[in-house]
Ligand binder design. Structure first.
Ligand code: GLY
Ligand code: MN
Ligand code: MN
Length: 438
């Protein structure tokens, strides 16, 4: 028996417990979770790739079937209404038979618009959870994604079950394989497009199965934070390679970044130095620590690196206060990871959804939570040469930058190092490293 089978028992018991608790508190009869509907492309007869409602895939790993529904009150066995049309144009999903099926009362739906026949007769006190509010209206739900229920579920999303932790480990294990293949492809002279093909072939996942679009950036493209182009042309000179690429397992995401220098030089030394800092930041994670404090601490460490590598001068405090570190490291330290790459709940302070915003100077920080055991987060510091940000610095801050070193580093683009970490009560589990990626 796969270890997941036994872990899943506890997982679904916990989801049922959460639904029982929140529906009792909020006086709902239960929740009805919609997997979603296909989205049609404008003026076309084709749909966009289907992306399932994360609240749906929290319950079971069906990722590719729209028009499915879960009906749960937390007490009775949940019902899965599984869409199985008569259709000779498209693949029809098989009737499920997996480690999770015994935990559901499964009913087959052959016509999407006949769902009302499967739902409770009076839906007025059931909460609809899904994207299609118009469908919920037609079905006469009075509560659609009610805040109290969503806040509760999103807050608890951060507290991963053992089943979820194992899925996240497996996603990491797959992505680590892909990263090793991509690294070889880089050193063997591949274009960005070719490196992507090596990555996907190694992990045997298609682009639409991946949790996000891979960033595969050679040379100066590494400075473009969301670089999604996959250039076919090989650069004349091979300097650097940044790869931010993940993988999925049962709907759970890996999100890993590595940066490589083609040769030993000042840039490769900067990668090694940032790598040490990244590991030190991971070491600073533990229950009770505020993620925002880790982010602020990262700015201080990056300031020191800028000084050590003569990208800037003055002292740590001046580089942080003047905004110089934000020009070199403009994004957040990381985020919660799980069913979504940027998992819900990163700003939730409590079950009621009390929102702790990112600090004013750090608007791109995606997590302000206090760490606790069983949370999973990325730690992804970076240093980039982004001319638009450097040029935007105040005149005083510009004086602190060593522009000659900036000129030397610019063609290499930038560095990001991103690991996926489970916080346990007594240690951190850096999945990415423990599964073999240096
Ligand atoms: N790959 C998206 C991120 O690192 O947040
Ligand atoms: Mn990433
Ligand atoms: Mn990330």
């Amino acid at each position: 028996m796969d270890q997941l089978d036994s872990l899943y028992h506890v997982h679904i018991a916990e989801l049922n417990r959460r639904v029982a608790e929140v529906t009792r508190r909020e006086n709902f009869a239960g929740v009805v979770i919609h997997s979603g509907q296909p989205h049609r492309q404008f003026l076309d007869d084709m749909n966009y790739p289907f992306k399932v409602n994360p609240h749906f895939k929290a319950w079971l790993p069906i990722l590719d079937n729209p028009n499915c529904w879960i009906i749960a009150n937390g007490v009775d066995k949940p019902i899965l209404v599984f869409y199985r049309p008569v259709d000779f144009w498209h693949k029809v999903s098989d009737v499920p038979d997996a480690f999770w099926t015994a935990h559901f009362d499964i009913k087959l739906l052959t016509k999407a618009d006949k769902i009302a026949e499967f739902l409770p007769k009076d839906l007025s006190n059931w909460a609809y959870i899904g994207e299609h509010l118009d469908v919920a209206d037609v079905l006469e739900f009075k509560s659609r994604n009610p805040d109290a229920v969503m806040n509760y579920l999103h807050y608890h999303r951060a507290d991963k079950t053992q089943y979820e932790l194992e899925c996240l480990r497996r996603a990491n294990k797959i992505a680590v394989r892909g990263h090793k293949a991509a690294k070889s492809a880089f050193f063997n002279g591949g274009s960005e497009f070719e490196i992507q093909q090596h990555y996907l072939a190694e992990i045997s996942q298609g682009e639409n199965e991946m949790p996000y679009g891979n960033i595969i950036a050679l040379n100066q493209n590494a400075a473009i934070l969301h670089y999604m182009t996959l250039a076919h042309v090989k650069p004349k000179q091979r300097l650097s390679f940044l790869i931010d690429a993940g993988a999925s397992y049962h709907g759970y995401a890996a999100d890993i970044t590595r940066t490589y220098a083609f040769e030993k030089n000042r840039f490769s030394e900067l990668i090694a130095a940032l790598n040490l800092q990244q590991l030190a930041i991971v070491d600073a994670m533990k229950p009770g620590v505020k993620y925002t404090d880790l982010h602020i601490m990262t700015h201080e460490r990056i300031a020191q690196l800028l000084i050590d590598f003569e990208l800037a001068h003055s002292d740590v405090a001046a580089l942080v206060d003047s905004g110089v570190t934000r020009a070199f490291f403009p994004h957040g330290l990381g985020h919660m990871l799980g069913l979504q790459v940027h998992d819900m709940g990163g700003y939730s302070h409590d079950e009621r959804g009390t929102h702790i915003p990112a600090p004013e100077n750090h608007p791109f920080l995606r997590c302000t939570r206090t760490l606790a055991a069983n949370q999973v987060l990325t730690i992804e510091p970076g240093i980039y040469i982004i001319d638009t940000l450097l040029n935007d610095l105040s005149d005083n801050a510009k004086q602190l930058v060593n522009w000659q070193t900036v000129d030397v580093m610019r063609p290499f683009g930038g560095i990001r190092i991103e690991d996926n970490v489970i916080v346990h009560s007594d240690r951190n589990e850096n999945m990415t490293r423990e599964l073999g990626l240096d």
